[in-house]
Design a protein. Structure first.
Length: 368
């Protein structure tokens, strides 16, 4: 048994003999999730198709548990590696149970007749993805999310050691995305399967992956843990973001701040100001936010959306000069919005700002 269940050595991929990405090194262990991310057209799907031999590599080697896959029979590969690709598979005149049962064909004879043991595997896989109720339904009549579950059941029926998925959350709403990724995570943990997938949703990649491979400009740009990838503003550089920003801690995208001097001052903190920041940004109103400690929940959104942010160092008392700075900004604002439901010793400085605002102060509640 080798350390890496799947690894590549000097892999070169492309189309019609023209290299797209050269010298690719990927490594994934049992019980590990490896995710490919990067801009559209960077080559993520091309790499996956070359690993599963849907596209023939232009150079290098793909190893499956130490064996060169180019020398393995298709049936031997199918018994150890299963695939779920992006394209909307629509088998005609087949029930969901029949679609899932196709995963047993690497183990059946030439006639493809399922034994009782094979059928038991199919039912087990359908139960694992919560699709038992779909067994007798036509595959054409179910939703995209349900189709993904059935196709995943088909992949599980192969009893693979590796599952390769290309954009498995495409076409799915938030409910089915969360459900599918939860199922995949459980499969990896309980059955020690190696999972190789590509994702457009980088927030999901951050949450599900053990390691992430970043593809940019037809090259492997970086490989590491989510903590290594989601730091130092790297994601914004990877995707060439020129407008807005990406919050590396919470995995969210914020649009660009409205330019211009602040017309509104927002008193927030503890997450209370974030909905107001976003509302003002949508309305095209430049605003200032404060006073926020640098470790406050509001601070990342404020820095992304506000024209000006008044901050204090984390865990430190608010200095008189910081309060004076905030008051000077308030002097030039037509309105002050207070999102804080109550004041205490830790945010007493903002009570002082609310009192200073006088008639310009408007209290903001969840419904306003």
């Amino acid at each position: 048994m080798h350390e890496f269940l799947v690894h590549t050595d000097g892999l070169t991929v492309g189309y019609r003999g023209v290299p797209l990405i050269r010298d690719i090194t990927l490594q994934v262990r049992r019980g590990e999730i490896l995710t490919l991310i990067g801009p559209n057209g960077a080559g993520k799907s091309t790499i996956l198709k070359s690993i599963i031999r849907q596209l023939m590599p232009l150079g290098g080697t793909v190893y499956l548990d130490g064996r060169d896959m180019s020398g393995m029979h298709e049936r031997a590969i199918a018994q150890r590696l299963s695939v779920l690709m992006t394209d909307r598979s629509r088998p005609e005149l087949m029930t969901c149970g029949e679609v899932a049962a196709a995963g047993r064909y690497p183990y059946t004879g030439r006639l493809g007749i399922l034994s009782a043991a094979d059928r038991a595997k199919v039912h087990e896989a359908m139960a694992l993805v919560h699709a038992e109720a779909l067994y007798d339904r036509s595959f054409d009549e179910i939703s995209d999310g349900q189709r993904q579950r059935v196709l995943l059941a088909r992949a599980i029926c192969q009893e693979p050691e590796v599952i390769v998925l290309d954009e498995p959350t495409s076409f799915l709403d938030i409910h089915y995305k969360a459900e599918l990724l939860t199922i995949l995570k459980r499969l990896v943990r309980e059955k020690q399967i190696a999972l190789i997938l590509s994702l457009h949703e980088i927030d999901l990649a951050q949450k599900i992956s053990d390691r992430i491979v970043c593809i940019r400009s037809h090259a492997v740009d970086r490989c590491g843990t989510p903590e290594e990838i989601f730091s130092g503003g790297y994601l914004e550089r990877l995707y060439g973001m020129t407008a807005g920003s990406f919050d590396e801690h919470y995995g969210g995208i914020e649009l660009a701040a409205v330019p211009g001097p602040p017309r509104v001052f927002v008193i927030g903190g503890g997450g209370s100001g974030i909905p107001v920041y976003r509302r003002l940004q949508r309305q095209g109103i430049p605003f200032a936010a404060g006073i926020l400690h640098e470790n406050d929940l509001d601070c990342p959104a404020a820095r992304a959306l506000a024209a000006q942010v008044i901050t204090e160092q984390a865990w430190q008392p608010v200095r008189p000069q910081t309060i004076a700075q905030a008051k000077a900004v308030i002097d030039h604002c037509a309105q002050v919005l207070c999102c804080v439901p109550a004041f205490g010793p830790l945010n007493d400085c903002n009570r002082l700002l609310a009192e200073y605002a006088g008639s310009r102060l408007t209290a903001v509640t969840d419904s306003t």
